[in-house]
Design a protein. Sequence first.
Length: 396
Amino acid sequence: MRLRNRPPPLDLSNPVLRFGILGAARVAPNALITPAKTHPDVVVAAVACRDKDRGAQYAQKYKIPRTFSGPNAYQKLVDDPSIDAVYVALPNGLHFEWAMRALHANKHVLVEKPMTNTAAEAEQLFALATKKGLVALEAIHCIFHPALHRVRDVVDSGELGHVKSVVANFALPSLLSPLFFHRDDARFHYDLGGGCMMDMGVYPLAALRFITAADTAALTVTSATAIGHKLDRARIDRGMHATYTLPLSPTWNPESATKADATAETTVDFAMPGWGPFGLFPRMIKNEITVFLEGGEIFVYNFVSPGMFHYIKVRPKCGRTRYEQAYKFKDGRGKRLWDSYRYQLEAFVDAVHGRAPAYWPKPVTVTTQLKTVEEVYTKAGMPPRSASSYQPVAAA
């Protein structure tokens, strides 16, 4: 197939971080390609797609200089010496294998969420990255935006007292679901690590853990109820509601607290049905967090994509309600027009170059998140996602 307007050739003399993308994924333009255009230290240098025509079209559309295709496309990209970092945008069940292969090839890795299917796999991945002195990051982008950091600051300040409970919702109405997911999407297949809790569910879980300073502990799952997906009702959740017990915050004051154990709940859904007679009336997107504290509450609208627009409502029991927004960190880092993906890329590049990122999750943050997700599936009567069959070779 002949393509007009071929992408420009890769300039190997430019000392920037050269990314290769595994998979011609729909998420990559938002997650990496667009943010890279505004980062002076990053270039998207290559994409690997097993389908030659699809890969060529993708490269042309997004002006990516090189394309790897064929059955060995992913390995060819990973082995290419001109690639410095690999963005793993494949289905969940392939994350572990290809992140490990990239690390073995001495590439830094940015891995789409969830990082792996299991906590044990994530532990192996981080161990290898540490051994080789490479950067490995799970791409839960919303945690990198200043908005959630501002919410955590308000919670940590103690102005509203101890956290009592947190409710976090992220759900799409059924009418909008086809715009985000293919009919036979990888998210609907157990063997590929599918399921709503594995996909949409990690956002509210990660966000509530972060803003309550519970991001290094596996939460106790007290209940979980799944709505089975029509393609695989026994193993794939179209929606999931789960409740948790939160560990005590480091700032908890037992003299002022009325309850020692805080609770939390998350609700996620790929396709919420409408309401009213026969579900005729569509629902709105749910994308919010409410933190209930002893002295009031904090409401966050659009915590998943706060760079687009968000607001934080702080409502004390005594005093005036105020509204806030945060598009830069309190130390001045960032820009008003940066979205959460751009902040995530900034942190990744800072880590690669030995600079201190504005925020960087510890490996235990990722592994305990996955342990919590595994427990949610168990409590819901569904099998946790299965481990990869890939057997890593011994690290050199």
